[in-house]
Design a protein around this ligand. Sequence first.
Ligand SMILES: Nc1ncnc2c1ncn2[C@@H]1O[C@H](COP(=O)(O)OP(=O)(O)O)[C@@H](O)[C@H]1O
Ligand SMILES: [Mg+2]
Length: 212
Amino acid sequence: MESLNFVEKKVIRVGAEAVIKEAFWKNHRIIVKHRVPKRYREESIDLRVRKSRTIHEAKMLIHLSENGIPVPLVYFIDPVECVIYMQYIEGLELRNHPGAVERAKRLGNIVGEMHGLDVCHGDLTLANIIADENQGVWVVDFGLSGFNADLEEKAIDVHLLERSAASTFPTQTKKFFENFLKSYSETTGRDAAKEVLEKVKEIRSRGRYVAR
Ligand SMILES: Nc1ncnc2c1ncn2[C@@H]1O[C@H](COP(=O)(O)OP(=O)(O)O)[C@@H](O)[C@H]1O
Ligand SMILES: [Mg+2]
């Protein structure tokens, strides 16, 4: 068997939950997502949480890849150390991408297909979407995702995405969301999209109510 000799290079991101590193396996640039221990949790509970999220995220990535959704390929998983080794997506997070409004069209198809599989993302912000150089759009970070998603969970995805766009580029949010919804609706079908959008409106108004 070939040895799994990953050479870690640099830390790309230290998130709330995980450390993201760039690494190499032979000549392949890869991503290493390591869920690191959290001291505030009791040790055995902490290990259980990190391990189950790691396995859950890997399962979801594999499920989505198998169904043609553009997510990083999983190369290897280490459930003991709570690490996923995956495809490195070359590109820019959508929040930093100058062509984000245009890419919203492709994103609408992708999220529509995902919701068609009854999968919700759970944290659909512009930091978790990567735009590549070839008009491609990719989705990452499935730790909070769900199988068998219901209407409310799908609507929360759409709501979060809109809020994320609104805080990232306020003046272009409307166009971004229009582009997104048009292709989302083309993919899911108009009736399904209408139902989700009704729910989004309900969530929005609930948010306003809570804020007062
Ligand atoms: N496979 C990948 N390819 C390229 N960049 C990635 C990949 N996975 C994660 N990243 C980058 O690292 C950031 C954090 O990773 P993420 O999985 O979202 O973890 P966190 O739970 O910390 O948000 C992402 O926003 C993205 O910029
Ligand atoms: Mg993230």
